[in-house]
Design a protein around this ligand. Sequence first.
Ligand code: UD1
Ligand code: MG
Length: 438
Amino acid sequence: MFEKPQPFLAVILAAGQGTRMRSSLPKVLHPLANKPLIEHVLDAACEDNFRQKIVVTGHQSERVRQALSHRDDITGFALQDSMKGTAHAVLSARSDLENTPDHHILVLFGDTPLITSDTLGQAAQSLQDGADVVVLGFEAEDPSGYGRLVMNGDQLSAIVEDREASDAQKAITFCNSGVMGLSAAHALSLLDEIDDKNSKKEFYLTDAVAIARKRGLKVAAVKAPFEDVLGINTRSELATAEKIFQARRRQAMMRDGVSLIDPESVFFSADTVIDEDVVIEPNVFFAPGVRIEKNVQIRANSYLEGCHVHEGCVVGPFARLRPGTVLHKGARVGNFCEVKKAVIGQGSKVNHLSYIGDAVLGDDVNIGAGTITCNYDGKNKYQTRIAAGAFIGSNSALVAPVSIGERALVGAGSVITKDVPDEALSLARGRQVNKGRS
Ligand code: UD1
Ligand code: MG
């Protein structure tokens, strides 16, 4: 008979100030791949068995909560009103722990954004397998600053914080990542036994290990890859994490059928979604909110944000797609074109030197080189509508609000201020006059 796995309560610590970031933005809100650090952690803890998630806030508490208010996976917030250490932070969520006595506890740090659900799963599994305390450790090249995992054979006997460590302990390179699991049966009583008799006068979560050992409970250490547990304290570490994130994402994209001609020059956001058989040329940046369907070509030096590109489109080189852009099947947006909040119909072309903003284009529209939708009068924005099959001659200005009819033709260099009917030829420019030169 299989026992039902016990549920988990994830407690995510995010109360610290992050002094070394030297920033008015709380550390856990700094973006990695355009998503706040703490949201990476919350997403990694999204596996089914983390039924509950409590975020512990302190420094700029309101701002952190506000920034997370769009998420529906957070069960609640706990407030740590003074920084008295990691165990004290977990106990700020005491009422949540008491309300879910059957839940194992998994403590995560909000500033460890590269943690994967696989690695968390291993720690969780260890609790399911009967451990009362499990610590996620890693091998550090330079262990200074980290808590050291003191092993006795293959048993973990204690964690010693850097500032409390003897010279012999300082030589240990197996370090505490900060992720710790506590069994439902013992979590609260272990936390309650932790005191602040140490050089920082803080309640160290890490003391749970020695207390559990003293009680004869089962303590386990799980080794994680260093990259998974990289903590962000400085902007330099943030840049390192970004590099690792991008490297991972490029590999994942290629594994999923996306061709990157020069992977290292392509940057993704955490939420970028790209289907199979998309080819991405060098120097392309995906800001948040981009969805690319199959068989699309993104040519060199393009910048895409908040847009949906349907299958078979060609974007770039040197294209800028801004939020609210939708390119329907087979559309093209080419050299030095900017498209904002505009729908471009199937097979339509905006190929050279154009600005198309606040516009709706039907199918098979051709936008000549240098066409501008004049959408702004200094106060308000207005829409341009261009119906199917229309042809806009080069260097035209379409002064919105304005509509161009089906299969209408606008002569090159026109300034269009009035609607153009279906099938019409519209010319709105000075008539050419040729005179003798003398
Ligand atoms: C902690 C661990 C150390 C580990 C290291 C990994 C303890 C006692 N030490 O040390 O073993 O090697 O992380 O990076 O746990 N926080 C609160 N409230 C507090 C204190 C901290 O919310 O009162 C949060 C911080 O915002 C941060 C996390 O807990 O996200 C870790 O705190 P930090 O002060 O960075 O601990 P370290 O000294 O780095
Ligand atoms: Mg730290």
